[in-house]
Design a protein around this ligand. Structure first.
Ligand SMILES: Cc1cc2nc3c(=O)[nH]c(=O)nc-3n(C[C@H](O)[C@H](O)[C@H](O)COP(=O)(O)OP(=O)(O)OC[C@H]3O[C@@H](n4cnc5c(N)ncnc54)[C@H](O)[C@@H]3O)c2cc1C
Length: 803
């Protein structure tokens, strides 16, 4: 056994071997995979091997496309068959809403170059004759669905990796991991120790155990999953292989297996497996069947596909596989642990394994995943994703696998978990809450006598008129919003300014001032957008996206000098309230001694101010685009501050508003937001953030690439659109059409209540953005005229926020 390797991958399931192969492809030869038993000895060996390109996150969908297209290459390189059957697949809609969902999915796929087709029930029945037409309303056809042989795929990756120089050690368990001071690792195994520069946890069913070796509790849980194989069915005899089929209403998937069918289900009452620890002696084992549990789905299967009712059951497979709380993989480096990587929680290894391996290998070799993998980044979870939280969310996610998630739908599991001090106050005001990083925040408020419940829909919901009233209150008088759910960081030390000037693209503002700033990676792409508030010579309060707190910290830690600067995340220590609207100044002035006049406390000021008895940090800024103030306090003061503002607000007709109204107002100001408009695939000039790039200040991370982007004009351009839509607005990922072709995709959309217009933001090629203003945006299967806005739909000169 060798005693040193550049990288050791722990786990020889489909994910581990894919990482191994992609590392060799990226040029690392000295790589070793250690497998405790034989390859495939986790969830991989009993998988149904199905694969498909459709995913709710277009960036994950792209990696799925990559995975499926990779199998041919793998076969060629390795000489090992992957047992590929590209049959095509059909997704059946049993309700109008599901058909709408399919139309939206098809539309979203257009921008990704996916060849999806909406077909009638008759056409669907021609493609998949086992279905009984009367249960369905329509369907979507995908020509590149199919299945592979899990054993063949895993061994093809393994062989191809070995041909690239990798080694694989079988029947040798990694029992412990010890970090050396230089950031490398001692990988302790049953048969000796290997010193590795990098370690990858691809432990699948045992990824939690491997994580615990380094003090990490990963938010993953295995669920039992059953599928059955029927005896040979006479109706299939002589026919060509049946295509894949998903029946959403039955929560079923089907495909042909030899002369019979394979039928699987994600039942509502799913059961977790090994909730705390995975036994090491579990290997190529199966779990006992529980047909009772899936009986309701099987009954539907017999109704919707009558021939199944007459077929005998040849075999039932019940095996466990792992999920993260949102069902997407967990990949990337772990903050605080040098050279320790994870590639786990992959619930669709045969659709996603290739993309996961590709992204992780790029990340390890080049320092960047090379694609937008935010939806899979392990850093999207923080300490709040405890194992009990994970348990509740994974069960919910499993049971909803084939259900529609409406854009305005909030899910119930694991709630309420995190609440701020004003939660009860807001609840008493009929708040309808949403959940974000486990934290409850108000979406909108139902007026007295109106039920605090939102109807889920693809179209405008019952909340529309109430959100309109909240926006009116802000635009005409003053509104109060809780703003606790932002990420916050306290940065201090003698090196603060110098360090931040290197990390951020904008210049650190003067003491008492605020500056908005993008953060770029070396490739000049957007990896953050922040509000920098300078409190003192060496003290900055940094505000950003809370969901990205660990993502930012991982980057900050990587670039922190040994001494002179400290960065402390303090999101829940500092909570906040914001007052916004033309009367917000008089309201706040009635509670403070400091002069809040425009001359004394102008737009983008930041200062320590006592509000009544409450010591606060106050910023003259508002995401509503109106005159407004953000007031940050340590959490024990939040209730007192709230009560004070509410009491004072009565004189000014103040009204509470929530996240929905805020979104409407930021859209009519064309303000972008992280993970929507700002993502690591866009450059700052593409995103319209050029005015925040301070190229003159000296070097900063991403400067060279940003300069290049500026000089050679960015390929894309973020535009704002006014959309001719009647009762449904864009939401995100809808295609943008021009001249009969799909040229871009929406990043966010909604109704601008003050502008009284349906609005959207989205990227299109720069040459089109400059040349023409007429586009179309496809919403629920219908193309609507969309006119480019040359200035914000509301207060285009920004006079109100500066007044
Ligand atoms: C019944 C069923 C049907 C499925 N159907 C499909 C499907 O149709 N399509 C699809 O895409 N996916 C399907 N899946 C899911 C798929 O199986 C998983 O996505 C995939 O197997 C995950 O692979 P992995 O490599 O992450 O984990 P695993 O397969 O669990 O591999 C982990 C490996 O790590 C090894 N290991 C762990 N700890 C150590 C250690 N300390 N030292 C050494 N080795 C270690 C284990 O022995 C194991 O071999 C199905 C799963 C089940 C159970």
């Amino acid at each position: 056994m060798k005693n040193h390797a550049q990288a050791v991958i722990i786990g020889g399931g489909v994910v581990g071997v894919s990482v191994l192969y992609h590392l060799t492809k990226a040029g690392w030869r000295d790589v070793l995979l250690i497998e405790r038993a034989e390859l495939t000895s986790g969830s991989t060996w009993h998988a149904a091997g199905g694969m498909h390109t459709v995913n709710g996150d277009p960036n994950v969908a792209k990696l799925q496309q990559y995975t499926i297209n990779l199998y041919q290459e793998l076969e060629k390189v390795s000489g090992q068959s992957c047992g590929m059957h590209i049959t095509g697949g059909i997704m059946l809609a049993g309700t109008q809403e599901r058909l709408d969902w399919l139309k939206m999915t098809q539309a979203r796929g257009r921008y990704l170059g996916m060849d999806l087709e909406i077909v009638s029930v008759d056409e669907a029945a021609k493609l998949f004759p086992l279905m009984d037409k009367k249960h369905f309303k329509g369907a979507m056809y995908d020509p590149i669905e199919g299945h592979v042989d899990p054993y063949g795929v895993t061994h093809a990756y393994a062989k191809a990796a070995e041909m690239g120089g990798a080694e694989i050690l079988r029947r040798n368990r990694v029992t412990d991991l010890k970090a050396r001071t230089d950031g490398s690792w001692d990988v302790i195994t049953e048969h000796g120790t290997v010193h590795a520069e990098h370690v990858v946890n691809a432990g699948g069913l045992w990824a939690r155990e491997v994580g615990r070796m380094v003090g990490l509790e990963l938010p993953i849980l295995a669920m039992e999953h059953q599928y059955l194989l029927t005896d040979d069915m006479p109706v299939l005899a002589g026919l060509k292989e049946q295509i894949h089929c998903i029946d959403f209403e039955g929560e079923l998937y089907l495909r042909q297996e030899r002369g019979g069918m394979l039928v699987g289900t994600y039942e509502r009452a799913g059961v977790p497996w090994s909730q705390r620890t995975t036994p090491w002696d579990f290997g190529q084992d199966l779990l006992p069947n529980d047909l009772e549990r899936i009986a309701p789905s099987l009954e539907i299967a017999f109704e919707h596909f009558p021939a199944l009712g007459t077929a005998g059951i040849r075999k039932v497979i019940n095996g466990p596989f792992t999920f993260a709380p949102d069902g997407n993989p967990l990949i990337g480096p772990i903050g605080g642990l040098k050279n320790f990587w994870v590639a786990c929680g992959v619930m669709a290894g045969f659709s996603q394994g290739g993309g996961v391996g590709l992204a992780l290998a790029h990340w390890m070799v080049d320092g960047d995943p090379g694609a937008d993998i935010w939806g899979m980044d392990v850093a999207r979870y923080g300490g709040w994703a405890t194992s009990a939280y994970t348990n509740a969310k994974v069960r919910e996610n499993y049971s909803r696998r084939f259900r529609i998630r409406f854009p305005n739908e909030e899910l119930d599991a694991a709630r309420p978990l995190r609440t701020t001090a004003v939660y009860d106050r807001l609840a008493a005001e009929n708040a309808i809450f949403g959940e974000y990083c486990g934290l409850e925040h108000a979406l909108w408020f139902a007026p007295a006598g109106v039920a605090a419940k939102e109807n889920i829909s693809f179209r405008r919901s019952n909340a529309h008129q109430h959100v309109a009233a909240e926006c009116r209150a802000v635009r005409d008088a003053v509104g109060l919003l809780e703003i606790s759910s932002y990420g916050k960081f306290e940065i201090d030390g003698l090196g603060t300014t110098e360090w931040l000037n290197r990390m951020m693209a904008n210049r650190v503002p003067a003491v008492g001032r605020i500056a908005l700033t993008p953060m770029l990676n070396e490739r000049g792409k957007l990896i953050g957008d922040f509000t920098m508030c300078r409190l003192g010579q060496n003290r900055v309060f940094l505000i950003g996206t809370y969901a990205a707190e660990s993502y930012y910290m991982r980057w900050f830690e990587r670039h922190l000098p040994k001494m002179g600067v400290s960065v402390r995340p303090c999101a829940m220590e500092y909570v906040g309230l914001s007052v916004a609207g033309p009367l917000s100044r008089v309201l706040l002035q009635s509670l403070v001694h400091d002069d809040l006049s425009n001359a004394a406390f102008p737009f983008m000021s930041f200062r320590q101010i006592d509000v009544g008895m409450v010591p606060a940090l106050v910023g003259r800024v508002s995401f509503t685009g109106d005159l407004g103030y953000e007031i940050w306090v340590t959490s024990e003061y939040q209730r007192a501050l709230y009560d004070l503002l509410i009491a004072a607000g009565r004189t000014y007709g103040m009204r509470l508003f929530g996240g929905r109204a805020l979104n409407s107002m930021r859209l009519e100001k064309s303000f972008g937001t992280w993970a929507r408009e700002f993502r690591p695939i866009y450059g700052p000039y593409e995103a319209g953030l050029g005015r925040f790039i301070e190229l003159q200040k000296g070097d900063f991370i991403g400067r060279t690439a940003a300069l290049e982007e500026k000089q050679h004009s960015a390929p894309l351009r973020l535009l704002a659109f006014r959309v001719d839509a009647a009762d449904a607005d864009a939401n995100g990922d809808e295609p943008i059409w021009h001249d009969g072709k799909v040229v871009g995709a929406v990043t966010s959309g909604g109704y601008g209540h003050s502008a009284q217009a349906s609005l959207a933001l989205g990227y299109v090629p720069s040459e089109l953005a400059a040349a023409d203003s007429s586009f179309e945006i496809e919403i629920i299967g219908t193309r609507h005229a969309a006119r480019r806005l040359d200035a914000a739909a509301f207060d285009p000169h920004g006079l109100r926020m500066r007044s």
